[in-house]
Design a protein around this ligand. Structure first.
Ligand code: ADP
Ligand code: TRP
Length: 322
């Protein structure tokens, strides 16, 4: 069974793009018994500087994953900073990472273009991400399309390390699911917390209903046939949260004419709300137990560290630090 690993940054509330693009595929893979999932709290430092907020997001995201079906008995689930060897490996990898490679990183270019003042952490982010992956002899990394370049960089860095110091690191493969590769947000762009266009997995019913009912559509009348129905944003989202035949039925009705956008959005909200209802109930139960999350993460860190220390030992030895 290949080892599967992925990380999620605690820098905001999780949305359904995170769920369909990252969490659900990861949770499906845990049954193989070789899944490693972590909360990337070091990564959150490039965008968040409020200490309490970081703690709250970290706990919240752990609850989200556990509520959505992550089973800490099947998967290793930990907090990145509980295994600080990842910083040591970041340094080793950084010394082999060409500046040009980092300068070409989309995430860095996008963020600086938006006016975010660049710092070393933001620039070095792909190296920390490479260390996250390589520290655990990872074979497969399930991620959304936006992370593709980071995975390519990880592979380049691993190959360079192995060429320089001899076979040390496992070269991982990305796993990008095409059908949900990019979940669109309320404005049709990629759903992302940085664009303020998200539908949260967990949140207030009234506020979420308002968000979905507020999706802007074109001015065609309900009666008009819509030959481009498959491109409609509500239809695209419906395909994720409603059974296949139900989503197809809505698409056909929209195409034929006679289905109003208001009714379509109302139905979308109901399907979305019901889809996540069991997770919502489970989350409330887990949140009531104040020590549970900490216990799960601490146990996960012990198991993660057992793997990391072996890889680190190999890396130190091969590059002459030991
Ligand atoms: P955000 O864009 O909201 O900041 P993150 O960058 O924290 O989200 O992404 C966490 C995980 O969720 C990554 O694996 C990412 O690829 C996936 N993901 C985020 N947004 C989407 C989306 N709209 N569609 C598919 N996957 C997504
Ligand atoms: N950079 C990823 C994101 O923004 C999160 C992440 C950090 C990650 N380290 C990772 C994902 C290692 C996969 C593997 O979504």
């Amino acid at each position: 069974m290949p080892r599967v690993l992925t990380g999620i940054t605690p820098s905001g509330t999780l949305h359904i793009g995170n769920y369909f693009g990252a969490m659900r595929p990861a949770i499906e893979l845990q049954a193989g018994g070789n899944a490693y999932y972590f909360i990337a709290d070091y990564h959150s430092m490039t965008s968040l500087t409020d200490a309490q907020e970081r703690r709250d997001y970290t706990r919240g995201i752990a609850l989200d994953w556990l509520a959505c079906g992550l089973d800490p008995k099947q998967a290793v689930f930990w907090r990145q900073s509980d295994v600080p060897e990842v910083c040591e490996l970041t340094w080793l990898l950084g010394t082999l990472t060409p500046m040009g490679l980092l300068e070409r990183a989309h995430s860095y270019k996008d963020k600086t273009a938006k006016g975010i003042a660049p710092n070393f952490g933001l620039f070095a982010y792909p190296v920390l991400m490479a260390a996250d992956i390589l520290l655990y002899d990872t074979n497969l990394v399930p991620v959304g399309k936006d992370q593709k370049q980071h995975l390519e960089m990880t592979r380049d860095i691993a190959i360079k390390f192995n060429l320089t110091y001899g076979e040390t690191l496992v070269v991982p493969e990305p796993e990008i699911r095409d059908e949900v590769a990019v979940v669109p947000g309320l404005d049709g762009q990629k759903m992302s917390k940085s664009y303020g266009n998200t539908i949260e997995i967990f949140g207030d019913e009234k506020a979420l209903r308002k968000k979905i009912m507020g999706i802007v559509m074109d001015s065609r009348t309900p009666a008009e046939p819509k030959p481009d129905a498959e491109k409609n944003l509500a239809i695209q989202l419906m395909r994720l949260v409603a059974p296949k035949d139900v989503a197809l039925d809505f698409e056909n009705r929209l195409r034929a004419g006679g289905l109003g956008y208001g009714d379509l959005k109302k139905a979308l909200f109901e399907h979305y709300w019901n889809f996540f209802a069991p997770y919502r109930a489970r989350r409330a139960g887990l949140a009531a137990d104040s020590g549970y999350v900490e216990e799960v993460l601490r146990d996960g860190a012990l198991r993660a560290r057992a793997v990391a220390s072996k890889v680190m030992e190999r890396a130190r030895k091969n590059c002459g630090l030991r």
